[in-house]
Design a protein around this ligand. Structure first.
Ligand SMILES: Cc1cc2nc3c(=O)[nH]c(=O)nc-3n(C[C@H](O)[C@H](O)[C@H](O)COP(=O)(O)OP(=O)(O)OC[C@H]3O[C@@H](n4cnc5c(N)ncnc54)[C@H](O)[C@@H]3O)c2cc1C
Length: 471
């Protein structure tokens, strides 16, 4: 939803979009489109935020083509919005000032896989599922798994994570190096394949999480991991969310190397039962997975079971067969779509926060109480091993009072997380939706972020109106 806070910082009144689009059409022919449907599909489509389509969409096929498009747009100060699969949740791909969406989905080549070094180099449009199916026979896997089959470029741009992050880290840990087209059209390479480096500023980390506001990522070198020798997992019910979160805190504090530990509150379990044909008890539930040797996973799961019992949870129900585990984790990844079915007529407002693990139970409990007090239909689900959780509120957009109450709730939740030493977004990113909380979270560091943006993109052509609030 467009608010005063997410209006772009500068306006591109002088931009000559028409001339630029004409040149792009001539150069890229049917790979440049101004069709309304395609433009709308390249604006924000996932949540209740308003769709703001670009003026044109260009499907790039190489780094050089991206540089050519960027140089042309930059010369005319026309906004550029990089586009992966459009699965982001905070209005990231919207074009509030119009401009050109550069769709990277046709840059989907896997350029090299180096099993001996546990890394690979891919074009930005490769999706996480495509990469994993390509490398399956090498015995390696790429662990970062947002619920959507997002592009690796988009995942780097949003610093994404997922259910495996508690064990394998987020995109900040996965990305070793990048090829980037800068806002003035230069092609630069950051990082490399060495496991560590002390050579200069860490531009790779600067670009990871920059949401397309500092350049277009065209290639990435990412870290891979060996497929575990043994996997075990299952589900564990708890009497309430506080008990479930306390069990998570104890598990993490004891150093049990869980591969996945996810919370679904009772409403989310109900939604998943219906949507994914599960038959779980409708009570707060942890989904777990352990990776390691046979002996290792047995030991980890026994330690977890003892903790769960201490907090009134259990019995732990094992999913021993691989198909059973796949069914559970597919249901977890589909939690967002499942939540939507709770009221198909409502729009979805989804938000994520992250707190230090010791504050998890307190933050989730206060949030659950807040949801109850407001009478929202709003499941809670989360990558709780990282202290990260999501709330998906089903809202009637025709009811201004409900919209106001929802916005106020999201503000309370974001400030609660920040005040607990956490963040207003653990993985979804800022986009348009979370800009207003950055001053509270970062203080003067926000001005340093602005200085970086100003230095690299003085004309504000790269994805304007995202991340940095107006004041
Ligand atoms: C059902 C569902 C579940 C989800 N679950 C999770 C989850 O568990 N964890 C999580 O982290 N996220 C999750 N998300 C959010 C989303 O999948 C991630 O934000 C993802 O990283 C976005 O990737 P994308 O390819 O769709 O990027 P887009 O949505 O296309 O773009 C996102 C942002 O990155 C920029 N961008 C895209 N490609 C590039 C590029 N090549 N160079 C520079 N900038 C670029 C865009 O300009 C935009 O600002 C979920 C979304 C859905 C719909």
């Amino acid at each position: 939803m467009a608010t005063a806070e997410n209006k772009p910082q500068t306006s591109n009144q002088n931009s000559d979009v028409t001339a630029v689009v004409a040149k792009l059409s001539e150069r890229f022919q049917d790979r440049c489109s101004t069709s309304k449907a395609l433009r709308e599909q390249h604006g924000h489509t996932t949540t209740w935020l308003k769709n703001q389509p670009p003026d044109a969409v260009v499907f790039a096929q190489s780094t050089e083509e991206v540089a050519e498009i960027v140089r042309l747009c930059a010369a005319h100060k026309v906004p550029i919005i990089p586009f992966g699969t459009g699965s982001s949740l905070e209005g990231h791909v919207n074009a509030p000032l119009g401009g050109v969406s550069i769709d990277l989905s046709r840059m989907n080549n896997i350029l090299e896989v180096n099993p001996e070094d546990l890394d690979c180099r891919v074009e930005a449009g490769v999706t996480r599922k495509q990469l994993n199916s390509y490398i399956r026979d090498t015995g390696l896997f790429f662990p970062i798994d947002p619920g959507a089959d997002a592009s690796i470029g988009g995942m780097a741009a949003t610093r994404a994570s997922g259910t495996n992050a508690v064990r394998y880290g987020t995109m900040k840990d996965a990305v070793l190096g990048l090829t980037v087209v800068t806002p003035d059209g230069r092609i630069i390479r950051t990082g490399g394949r060495a496991k560590k480096s002390s050579a200069g500023y860490d531009l790779t980390r600067l670009y990871v999480g920059s949401e397309g506001t500092l350049g277009v990522i065209t290639e990435l070198t990412v870290r891979l991991h060996g497929q575990p020798e043994a996997i075990s997992g299952g589900v564990c019910p708890f009497p309430d969310v506080t008990a479930a979160c306390n069990a998570v805190i104890a598990t993490i504090q004891m150093g049990i190397p869980v591969a996945r530990i996810e919370l679904l509150d009772s409403l989310q379990v109900r939604a998943c039962n219906t949507y994914s044909k599960l038959d779980l008890a409708e009570t707060p539930t942890l989904f777990l997975e352990f990776h390691g040797s046979d002996a290792g996973v047995r030991e980890q799961s026994e330690m977890f079971s003892a903790i769960a019992e201490e907090y009134g949870g259990g019995p732990f129900q094992w999913a021993t067969a691989a198909e059973e585990r796949t069914k559970l984790w597919t249901a977890r990844h589909d939690a967002y779509w499942a939540g939507k079915t709770l009221n198909p007529d409502a729009e979805i407002m989804v938000t994520d926060v992250c707190v230090p693990i010791s504050r998890l139970a307190e933050c989730v409990t206060l949030t659950a109480e807040d949801i109850q007090a407001e009478g929202f239909l709003a499941p809670i689900v989360g990558h709780v091993g990282d202290g990260n959780f999501h709330v998906q509120i089903l809202v009637d957009l025709n009811d201004p009072e409900e919209v106001r109450k929802t916005e106020a709730f999201v503000e309370r939740l974001s400030l609660r997380a920040i005040d607990m030493g956490g963040t207003c977004t653990g993985e979804h990113g800022v986009g348009q939706g979370k800009q207003k909380y950055l001053r509270r979270e970062h203080g003067e560091a926000l001005d340093v972020m602005r200085a970086v943006k100003q230095a690299l993109d003085p004309d504000n052509v790269m994805n304007p109106g995202k991340i940095l609030p107006q004041s």
